[in-house]
Write a protein that binds this ligand. Structure first.
Ligand code: GAL
Length: 684
């Protein structure tokens, strides 16, 4: 056993494989952050962790307690707590069944027994989380003739809480050895340690936290310009415009070159940039024969094509550099500030069944199975490097991610669309260093539109993905009618209601930026499951539809199916309604009504909450006009961070801490001399 850092240990079994998340990592362990955490002891005795090898691969077993709950395994849309369940760590673009497969599965879990475990592999590992007991454990059992009283499937088959000696069994195919990493602490500390081990959380540029709007796939430059003008005219905040596949001269697979729909793209980029927009371009990794670097990439790609394109091997430096050079010089050079990395997940269960076989051989020596679980992260690293080389921060999108990805400035998304699942995705992704976008597309009706926008406003990514509709969903949420340009009679009502919600997002930007700075420094996710803040409250352990947004806000979104009422659980203490002055006593569950335009959001007692006057977009010379709300009494502080909001300089010289304080008497002390934040000293 080897101590890697404060509270992190590694055990090596057999001879690990050459290609693993740790052996290929580009990020460095955030040692400073780990050193700031309190010391912990190794959570097991070493002999409790067992290992065996066979022709099938290897198996690692660990003990499991009766009252253990289990979280993690990356982005999971279908459940939260995996005690008594099996998880299969395999990338899948279409995770409709709760097997553990997902856009971004990670062989990492957190146990409420005081530890976390990361298996350093790209293999399709399987974790049996207390589903099995070993032979002999039950040999003294003699109960007979006990009649069945409950007939639900879960009652008949559940082992979840049975007092038996359950095991955690981890199977890793193919490999004949593996490194296993242990993280000590409660759920929160384990997540922090894992994220710091991964390099610390990413810090997006301030504009990335604003509103994103992906335009219709069939757009030409006139349509993009028209939408851009309309948003400014109608005072709808938008920071990022996303272009879909049509910007490529060929897509599926891609050329990474502008199509005839954008003959004046350079002019368009300049004009939109001057108006405060950022441009994001859709692409995928598969390189079409007409792409400028196809010939050079040929020898550095796998031995199968996807959609007539090459699959670059980003484990080979030459392949990385071909991609980086083109993106950096051509596209970032033209003023593009982000990309949407599509289809780097796998599609075994999709009717069209694209992507490469697991048996694919790549020049580096990786096989298709390993590449499927690695490609999302390798691709993100390549794209980030094309920005980093120019000292420009990006926030971009990606459809697959995996191990040790916390420091990568990318948000995950999906073609699935269940609102309830999307809310759960916000919660589950927070355990494994990932950000999730519960994106809004077309909607069933007006209520659905408002409910979904409320969720994106309080999520890592305020993204409207309108790639299938030419006009904004607040003008027409129905796809067919939107395509025909038929607008709703009450479009004005919905435009106003959506504008109000998007303005709310803009007022939260500096607050959220602080949460991301904490993520970067301490590994605490900016938007996170309740169990991270209340690891000792058993009532939050299964909550997957409420979550913390930044330091002090607890968000409880509603879906169309909820109607205008939902159950809320508030932990012990006093809580304040974000939208009124109403006070709630915590430590209880209750029903709460919320009209279509309302989302229940609660503020922690004692909080200082800095809110900005909403702007239409974050320009480089932005100065936020801040108001501070004070909740409850006693000494308190809130730290805002001032830097250029755009470059990587914060890594070299610390961002300036702008601290708002409340003293014992309740008086607020506002910081002077900030260049980016101006405080209006009216109390709320
Ligand atoms: C999908 C992606 C959508 C959209 C579409 C364009 O794969 O998930 O968001 O970008 O491609 O073809």
């Amino acid at each position: 056993m080897l101590k890697i850092a404060n509270g992190i240990w590694k055990i090596t079994f057999g001879t690990p494989e050459e290609f693993t998340p740790v052996s290929m990592r580009k990020s460095r362990i955030a040692q400073d952050g780990l050193n700031r955490m309190k010391d912990s002891d190794f959570p097991f005795s070493e002999d409790m962790v067992r290992f065996s090898a066979s022709v099938r691969g290897i198996t690692v077993t660990l003990p499991m307690q009766n009252d253990e709950d289990i979280y993690g395994f990356g982005e999971q849309l279908l459940s939260l707590n995996y005690v008594g369940r099996k998880r299969h760590v395999k990338v899948n673009s279409d995770p409709k069944i709760d097997t553990g497969e997902s856009h971004a599965p990670v062989p990492f879990y957190i146990s409420t027994a005081g530890y976390g475990l990361f298996v350093d592999t790209f293999r399709y590992a399987t974790f049996y989380m207390g589903t099995n007991t070993e032979k002999g454990v039950s040999r003294t059992r003699r109960e007979v003739n006990t009649s069945h009283t409950e007939f639900s499937e879960s009652a008949l088959y559940a082992l979840k809480r049975l007092k038996e000696e359950r095991k955690i069994i981890i199977e890793i195919p193919v490999a004949q050895g593996v490194d296993v990493y242990f993280f000590a602490g409660n759920v929160k500390e384990v997540v922090q340690r894992y994220n710091l081990f991964s390099g610390g959380g990413c810090l997006p540029p301030m504009w990335g936290l604003g509103v994103w709007y992906r335009v219709y796939g069939g757009s030409d430059e006139n349509h993009v310009n028209m939408l851009a003008e309309e948003f400014r005219k109608e005072k709808i905040p938008v920071d990022v415009l996303g272009l879909e596949p049509g910007w490529h001269s060929h897509s599926y697979s891609c050329t990474y070159q502008w199509s005839c729909l954008f003959p004046n793209h350079e002019k368009m980029i300049k004009k939109l940039t001057a108006e405060g927009y950022h441009l994001n371009l859709w692409e995928h990794i598969f390189v079409y024969p007409a792409a400028p670097f196809y010939q050079d990439m040929y020898e550095y790609s796998g031995d199968y094509e996807v959609w007539n394109g090459l699959v670059p091997d980003f484990a080979v430096e030459e392949a990385r550099q071909l991609f980086i050079k083109w993106h950096e010089e051509k596209l970032v050079g033209e003023g593009i500030t982000g990309f949407k990395l599509d289809e780097c997940d796998n599609s075994d269960f999709n009717p069209s069944n694209w992507s490469f076989p697991d048996s694919t051989q790549f020049p580096s020596g990786m096989d298709g199975e390993q590449m499927h679980n690695a490609i999302g992260v390798l691709y993100q690293e390549v794209i980030e490097e094309s920005f980093r080389n120019r000292n420009i921060r990006t926030l971009s999108q990606v459809r697959s991610s995996g191990s040790l990805s916390a420091s990568l400035p990318f948000v995950l998304y999906s073609d699935l669309y269940g609102h309830r699942e999307f809310i759960r995705g916000i919660v589950t992704s927070s355990f494994s260093g990932m950000l999730w976008a519960p994106e809004v597309r077309d909607c069933v009706n007006g209520r659905d539109l408002l409910r979904r926008i409320q969720t994106i406003v309080f999520s890592p990514h305020t993204l409207l993905n309108c790639w299938r509709i030419p006009y904004a969903p607040w003008k027409q949420y129905d796809i067919e009618k939107n395509l025909k340009g038929e607008f709703m009679q009450d479009q004005e009502y919905y435009t106003d209601a959506c504008r109000k919600l998007l303005e709310l997002r803009m007022s939260l930007l500096p607050y959220l930026y602080s949460a991301f700075m904490d993520y970067h420094k301490t590994g605490l996710p900016p938007i996170r499951a309740m169990v991270l803040d209340y690891p000792d409250d058993p009532k939050v352990r299964d909550i997957d539809d409420q979550y913390f947004f930044g330091k002090d806000l607890l968000v409880c979104p509603l879906t169309l199916e909820d109607g205008t009422e939902r159950e809320i659980y508030l932990p012990d203490g006093k809580w304040y309604d974000f939208f009124s002055t109403k006070v709630y006593e915590g430590g209880r569950r209750f029903q709460m009504k919320a009209g279509d335009e309302e989302i229940p959001v609660f503020v922690r007692d004692g909080a200082l909450l800095p809110l900005a006057k909403p702007v239409l977009c974050v320009k480089e010379d932005i100065v936020f006009e801040m108001t501070v709300r004070s909740y409850g009494s006693g000494e308190a502080e809130f730290v805002l961070y001032e830097d250029d909001f755009n470059t990587y300089d914060y890594e070299i010289k610390e961002s300036i801490a702008i601290t708002v304080r409340r003293d014992e008497k309740g008086d607020i002390e506002y910081p002077e001399n900030s260049l980016k934040y101006q405080f209006l000293k009216n109390t709320w």
